[in-house]
Design a protein around this ligand. Structure first.
Ligand code: ADP
Ligand code: ZN
Ligand code: ZN
Length: 732
């Protein structure tokens, strides 16, 4: 096994046998340094090293897992100071293209390669103690004749019975519009596919999924090809997985999302890196997987904010997929009814191709949108139980129930009510560790007793029996969440089956599936939920969608609030009337607002996606906001806000005085974050902006260097400020 072309050095070991070794550079999940040198002992490891190999190495007093990124017969360090690689994982190395993508991501997002590469490997493969057993298992398997079914069983998460022949909308069943889109996607069969980015912009229910599944079928003609389908939510995977499995009965599907057991995820990832899984269906994290024969990518609901990682390296899975498609010279389809402004503009100015689907596949109508005007005087959080919903919404639900159709009630908050208060002294249920309020929840854990729960730090407390400030026993709630709405709706319609779907009720993926099943099979009459119910699902019998107090999503400092609300309204409206055939029966959406004249509502009325995006594009252009400029955030947190602000102020001063600091880069003053304190740490941020992506990148490189010079890893010397650079933030 020892190859001779790798010039290894020879050493006489104690036992007298010649040992051969070389050096490898290994990246670890550490913020400090790009790579660490280790000795690779060829005799001990039984083979020569390859870049991309997952290995176990000693680090400090323990052992850890890393990835080999360089092989060399030389090290700058003294041989005697270096430690040896302990073992290698029984897996093929990450291919060079995947390593290239991770490397790009580490540079673009200012993390070390290890900080982005190691978290992309499932925990199952980061337990080197188990590698030996896994390796033996793998050898055992190789000896057996490859059984297709067993392989599938491993890769496929809860795959239902497999019908033959394939079901779903086949190529010859596509309507004219879909066929045209498919033909355009396939392009000229005689030419190599090459890199193409295509926006598939189709109304909700227009059959986008049917189009891209048929496209993937064409691309996967060649046996060893692999395709990646990204979806935003874990909750969307079971439904789509079933659809994909039925559509491709002969293909292996690997499902990757954070809701799976460690083992399932580990095996799906293994099947993918081995090239055995042909369709990889997953959430954000699947974008970083090693897929050696990747030939096509689909990012469904490409506008969705969940593609942006919000902790650790803050990468955008969608953007990385576009980069990856470019690197691999393969096509990528970005599908959405409400594209992100970035993608929409790329299609407008021809950087992306665009395919449109303008009619619904199963229905001849779009739902009727109705704006329900709330009185401006009503407090944003309506206090009395009597008016949790407006009369119009109440009447609409009653009518819909009579017609035996399901209703969706969308409300933005989970929990029972956002604040507990004392009317005598004004006490509010603030969190002791965060500058935010603790939300009242009816907790399953404490036997339906109410608890206070902080959505920022996770702190849970019992509800105090009386006011902690003045002793008043009459505490009341302010505002409402999904739980209060569920109780209220149930009390209004005692005979109806009311179902609540939010992050609390659907924590476990299996549980969530059961909840969604109750919508699909018609058990539930009224479904109360957060935006989780708004996305992607292909429900057949929703007659009415109501959006409670839509304004609550609008008034924040976030300049993307209107864009996000618009997408959410169009998406949730798209759940209604998906199978209706006449205008009478078209499905209805009632949106409560105090400001029906705002552009976001006016454009929703006419289902006018292009009109709305054109409107906000003009607004952003005027204000020079993204995508007309590029932004980055420097996050800083410390025990005291003043320390964090001081750190950022110093950084700003230092980089501004550097002679080669690029022009056209604006550094704003550091400010405290909207929620300053979370988990007893106080947080500040600084915005850096430029009209030139290149200049911004150069400026950030300098900022990064300055901060690294003042820090150990990501924590500054002395003041102990923890910092992080975020590219293309969604929220500032
Ligand atoms: P989208 O992804 O645009 O929301 P889907 O692909 O989920 O739309 O299609 C919506 C519904 O229409 C699905 O139930 C799908 O099976 C059905 N459908 C799609 N295309 C066709 C077609 N050509 N003929 C019949 N039904 C179709
Ligand atoms: Zn009080
Ligand atoms: Zn808290």
């Amino acid at each position: 096994m020892i190859s001779t072309d790798l010039s290894t050095e020879h050493q006489q070991s104690d036992t007298g046998t010649a040992s051969q070794y070389c050096y490898v550079q290994v990246v670890l999940d550490k913020p400090l340094v790009q790579g660490f040198d280790y000795i690779w002992d060829v005799n001990e490891l039984g083979c020569t090293p390859t870049a991309g190999q997952l290995v176990e190495v000693p680090f400090g007093r323990t052992n850890t897992v890393g990835i080999v990124i360089k092989v060399s017969n030389h090290s700058d360090y003294e041989h005697s100071k270096l430690k040896k690689v302990s073992q290698q994982a029984p897996l093929p190395p990450l291919d060079s293209k995947t390593l290239g993508m991770l490397n790009f991501a580490s540079q673009y997002y200012f993390s070390t390669l290890g900080e982005i590469a190691l978290p992309s490997i499932p925990a199952y493969w980061k337990k080197p103690k188990k590698w030996q057993t896994l390796a033996e298992k793998a050898i055992g398997n190789e000896l057996k004749p490859p059984k297709k079914t067993s392989k599938k069983k491993a890769a496929i998460e809860q795959k239902p019975h497999m019908p033959e022949p394939p079901s779903g909308v086949q190529k010859d069943q596509l309507n004219a519009e879909q066929t045209k889109a498919l033909n355009r996607l396939m392009g000229d069969a005689n030419t190599d596919l090459g890199y193409r980015a295509i926006l598939l912009q189709g109304k909700t229910g227009s059959g986008k999924t049917a189009v891209y599944l048929n496209w993937i079928k064409e691309v996967l003609q060649s046996d060893d090809a692999q395709a990646l389908i990204l979806v935003p939510e874990i909750n969307l995977t079971p439904q789509l997985e079933k659809r994909v499995a039925e559509f491709f009965p002969e293909k292996s599907i690997a499902v990757m999302h954070s809701g799976l057991s460690e083992k399932r995820r580990g095996i799906a990832w293994q099947e993918t890196i081995l090239g055995k899984a042909q369709i990889i269906l997953g959430t954000r994290l699947a974008a970083l997987a090693a897929i050696p024969n990747l030939k096509a990518i689909v990012v469904d609901e490409e506008h969705d904010a969940s593609y942006k990682q919000q902790e650790g390296t803050r990468y955008s899975a969608r953007d990385l997929c576009v980069w990856r498609a470019h690197q691999l010279s393969i096509p990528i389809v970005l599908a959405s009814a409400t594209p992100s402004l970035e993608t929409w503009l790329a299609a407008e100015d021809g950087r992306y191709e665009r395919l449109r689907l303008d009619t619904r596949a199963m229905s001849t109508t779009m739902p009727k949108v109705k704006l329900v005007r709330l009185p401006k005087t009503a407090a944003p959080s309506r206090q009395g139980e009597a008016d949790l919903i407006s009369t119009e919404v109440r009447d609409a639900i009653a009518r819909n129930l009579l017609q035996k159709k399901q209703s969706l009630v969308l409300i933005n908050r989970r929990g029972y009510a956002p604040i507990l208060s004392c009317s005598a002294c004004g006490w509010l249920s603030g969190c002791s560790k965060c500058s935010s309020y603790m939300v009242i929840h009816k907790s399953r854990i404490l036997g339906k007793k109410a608890v206070l729960n902080c959505h920022h730090c996770g702190l849970i407390k019992e509800v105090p029996p009386f006011c902690p400030e003045c002793g008043n026993a009459e505490l009341s709630t302010i505002g409402q969440g999904t739980q209060k709405m569920e109780d209220y709706i149930q009390a209004q319609w005692p005979d109806a089956k009311v179902l609540r779907i939010d992050a609390d009720s659907s924590k476990k993926s299996a549980h969530a599936e059961g909840l969604f099943e109750q919508i699909h099979d018609g058990t539930a009459d009224i479904i109360v939920g957060t935006q989780m119910i708004a996305k992607g699902h292909d429900y057949q019998n929703i007659g009415l969608v109501t959006v409670i107090d839509a304004d609550s999503r609008l008034f924040s400092q976030d300049y993307r609030a209107a864009e996000r609300l618009f997408a959410q309204l169009v998406q949730v409206a798209g759940r209604a009337g998906r199978a209706s055939q006449d205008q009478e029966d078209a499905g209805e959406i009632c949106i409560e607002t105090r400001y029906p004249d705002l552009p976001v509502f006016r454009h929703v009325l006419g289902h006018d996606v292009d009109g709305f995006l054109g409107h906000i594009a003009a607004e952003r252009k005027d204000a020079l906001l993204p995508p007309y400029s590029y932004q980055a955030l420097i996050h800083a947190e410390a025990k005291n806000i003043s320390t964090a602000i001081q750190f950022l102020t110093d950084i700003k001063k230092i980089v501004r005085n550097e002679p080669d600091f690029p022009g056209g880069v604006r550094i704003y003053d550091p400010v405290p974050k909207t929620i300053v304190r979370v988990s007893s740490m106080e947080r500040a941020q600084l915005v850096i902006e430029s009209d030139s992506r290149k200049n911004l990148q150069q400026a950030l490189t300098q900022v990064d260097q300055v901060m690294r010079g003042l820090s150990q890893g990501r924590i500054s010397h002395g003041s102990r400020v923890r910092w992080l650079i975020e590219r293309d933030p969604l929220l500032i």
